[in-house]
Design a protein around this ligand. Structure first.
Ligand code: SF4
Length: 341
């Protein structure tokens, strides 16, 4: 259902072209055309979203699957997506739905109102609603309306994002979206340009803005053999996170599996992931996790002071072991996060 978009403007009052200010592409869209995400359309000088009220995916997930390890740990999150994305990552895991509008000229989904989603989340025993799988920025109208309903029912809201939204959208998210996992896909703009069709700088700037707005932030880097796995690049990312976000920002180092246009690239060797983990820890990051390797011994959260396992994880099984009131029961160190047990 077409629904008038937020955050757009006419180029001039007598020009029917519009600029979309939802993400950092800031597409200029002539009448009858769509932006780069292919789900926002200029109709006679007014911008509409084509994905409001249309979920392409709806699941109950462990919050750890986002991944968020320091946000209501052990809880379930009602997870939704619409079709479309503002990136075109060659390694996308969800390319069938994220690239559907671009590659198939198709925008589809099942109708669900924001209130219905929030109510379904409560019925499913979830503590939050997650906007995930594709890029929630491109369905922001739907996500924010759902987030308002969810807050009224006592739930929190989570974005799993490429971090390419504009500062204007981030301002609208403050107070409604409580946690974000941002993919920091690489430390080089060339990667973003060539592999994802985007730029690095807006993502870096947003990492800091997200923290400044008081939204809980965790960062994920998918390490891809031959593309972003050099010592220098991993060290650059870890230093950036430490310098700009501080030692308590969790960093998830995720294993790549052959996907989509990178089906010929092998999975990331465990040794590469462990090297990245060591780099993160050496840099001073307190919470570094290897992801997409079920059972890996870095999945659990350890107290950064005494090393006690405070939250034990095995795949998506989570057990609180030595945490009370958000503190390590052995030494009293505060473990950063939101609604920590
Ligand atoms: S959300 Fe981004 S990609 Fe889509 S139309 Fe707006 S500026 Fe362009």
């Amino acid at each position: 259902m077409a629904h008038e978009a937020i955050l757009w403007e006419r180029l001039t009052p007598d020009d029917l072209r519009v600029r979309c200010n939802l993400c950092s592409h800031r597409c200029v869209i002539p009448p009858g055309r769509q932006g780069a995400c292919c789900v926002r359309e200029n109709r006679d000088g007014v911008l509409y979203t084509l994905v409001y009220d249309r979920t392409i995916a709806q699941h109950v997930d462990p919050i750890e699957k986002k991944p968020l390890f320091h946000f209501q740990p052990g809880s379930r999150s009602f997870s939704i997506a619409t079709a479309g994305c503002n990136f075109r990552c060659a390694f996308c895991q969800n390319w069938e739905i994220s690239q559907m509008p671009r590659e198939q000229d198709l925008v589809t989904g099942s109708p669900a109102t924001p209130r219905q989603i929030a109510q379904a989340a409560v019925r499913a025993g979830c503590a939050s609603v997650s906007y995930t799988y594709t890029e929630p920025t491109i369905f922001a109208e739907y996500a924010l309306d759902t987030a308002r309903e969810a807050v009224m029912l006592g739930l929190k809201n989570v974005f799993v994002s490429n971090g390419y939204m504009t500062p204007e959208l981030l301002s609208l998210m403050a107070g409604l979206i409580h946690g974000i996992n941002v993919d920091l896909k690489a430390g080089r703009g060339e990667f973003y340009h060539r592999i994802s069709g985007a730029a690095l700088e807006p993502v870096l700037a947003n990492l800091e803005r997200i923290q400044q707005l008081g939204i809980w932030l965790e960062v994920t880097t998918l390490v891809i053999p031959g593309l972003n796995d050099t010592e220098d690049e991993l060290r650059w990312i870890a230093r950036y996170l430490y310098d700009k976000l501080g030692p308590d920002a969790p960093w998830h180092i995720s294993r790549f599996y052959p996907q989509y246009k990178l089906a010929g690239v092998p999975p990331t060797p465990a040794a590469t992931l462990e090297r990245a983990w060591r780099i993160g820890r050496e840099m001073g990051l307190r919470y570094v996790y290897v992801g997409n390797v079920p059972g890996h011994d870095t999945e659990s959260t350890r107290c950064p002071q005494c090393g006690t396992v405070v939250i034990e994880r095995n795949g998506y099984q989570t057990a609180v072991r030595a945490l009370a009131g958000g503190m390590c029961v052995k030494c009293g160190t505060i473990i950063a996060g939101v609604e920590m047990p």
